[in-house]
Design a protein around this ligand. Structure first.
Ligand SMILES: C[C@H]1O[C@H](OP(=O)(O)OP(=O)(O)OC[C@H]2O[C@@H](n3cnc4c(=O)[nH]c(N)nc43)[C@H](O)[C@@H]2O)[C@@H](O)[C@@H](O)C1=O
Length: 353
């Protein structure tokens, strides 16, 4: 059955619904006729802009993941539904900021996940699936102590899949790993049909410019220099709409109690990613030749700097047919165009640090 048929009129509760990935998920759900319940932070008026255009088509619940009462109140309407989906994206998601705000990161990401899971138990909700979004950051670096437990392909690239050992290196990564385990604990203990997704980096329209792709694009659009930190790390960069389809496939078709890892399937160093963005933007006439300046104070503690990697997303592809569809050039063209057309949302206001 296709996604649209499976989602039509189905109740779907989305946390972090006004965030970057969440807002694209909401758009897709509305397009497919789902009954969307969007959980957003009561204080996040800025980011609410991301779903304001959907205000007449969705139900918005304002609250705070850290507050069990507001979580329970928001989930209560699901008592009148059956086979609902919960897609849990809400998090303090910035790795660098998890060092600046460690308590908030753990409270939101760990306690917030626990609050949702416990509310599902207490309210005795009839849900078809509960998907907690984990992250590739949980793998950290493939250092010697875990290297022998990794799989490598014929080209010597490390394969990161559901079987790979984890080695989180930041408050963010550790908090997300704890949330994954809690999600699985509630499957084991209560048979709540939970799944976890471990997604690699997403990029696309509406992403906060504090992540690498927006940091590069907004600087290139606003001035002649681009200040960046460590450009050696490699990342698997996946266009946001491909990421959203992955979440929907897992939420609808994944096996309860299991994990699904996915991403674009090819990695790129942050230096090459920067050069590709600058090339695509120049081709479209957005800028000429901005200068890249690297500064040590933008380097992060514990930055994960994995070697050549390949995302092993065979499990998801075999189970659901999911595959990424958007090439880097296509995805970057759309992303640059969005930042250029939405300057009122960021111009003169980004703290690139
Ligand atoms: C999967 C995972 O994906 C993301 O986590 P991230 O990979 O840390 O994302 P990022 O875009 O902040 O950094 C990418 C790389 O780029 C390096 N880098 C260099 N110079 C700058 C710089 O100036 N700004 C930033 N932000 N990064 C820089 C930085 O040090 C890092 O090595 C999140 O969505 C997270 O939520 C998540 O789950």
């Amino acid at each position: 059955m296709n996604l649209e048929t499976q989602l039509s009129e189905r109740a779907v509760f989305v946390t972090g619904a006004d965030g970057f990935v969440g807002s694209h998920l909401v758009d897709t759900l509305v397009e497919y006729g789902a009954d969307v319940h969007a959980f957003v932070r009561a204080t996040s008026s800025g980011e609410l802009n991301n779903i304001r255009h959907q205000a007449d088509s969705i139900t918005v619940h304002k609250g705070d993941l850290r507050d069990s009462h507001s979580v329970r109140k928001a989930l209560s309407p699901l008592k009148d539904t059956s086979e609902a989906l919960i897609i849990h994206l809400g998090a303090q998601a910035h790795v660098g900021e998890s060092w600046d705000r460690p308590y908030e990161t753990v409270d939101t990401n760990v306690r917030g996940t626990l609050n949702l899971l416990q509310a599902v138990v207490d309210l005795d909700l009839d849900i078809a699936k509960f998907d907690t979004a984990g992250t590739s950051e949980e793998y950290g670096n493939v250092v010697e102590e875990v290297r022998e437990n990794h799989e490598f392909d014929d080209n010597g690239r490390v394969i990161l899949s559901e079987r790979s050992p984890v080695n989180p290196k930041s408050v963010y990564a550790t908090s997300k790993l704890a949330a994954d385990f809690l999600t699985m604990n509630y499957y084991d203990a209560y048979k709540i049909p939970t799944v976890t997704t471990r997604m690699f980096n997403n990029y696309g329209p509406r992403q906060n410019p504090r992540y690498i792709t927006g940091t590069i694009i907004t600087q290139a659009l606003e001035r002649d220099i681009i200040e960046l930190g460590n450009l050696q790390p490699k990342r698997d960069m996946c266009y946001v709409q491909d990421g959203v389809r992955g979440h929907l496939h897992v939420a609808l078709e994944g096996n309860p109690g299991e994990q699904y890892v996915y991403g674009y399937g090819e990695n790129i160093s942050m230096r090459d990613w920067t050069n590709l963005i600058l090339e695509v933007g120049a081709e479209h006439g957005y800028w000429e030749d901005p200068q890249i300046v690297q500064s040590d104070d933008r380097y992060r503690p514990g930055d994960s700097d994995v070697e050549e990697l390949r995302v092993g997303h065979e499990k998801l592809t075999e189970k659901t047919g999911w595959e990424p569809r958007t090439t880097w050039r296509e995805g970057l063209s759309r992303t640059i165009e969005w930042y250029a057309q939405n300057k009122q949302k960021w111009y003169g206001r980004v703290d690139w640090r």
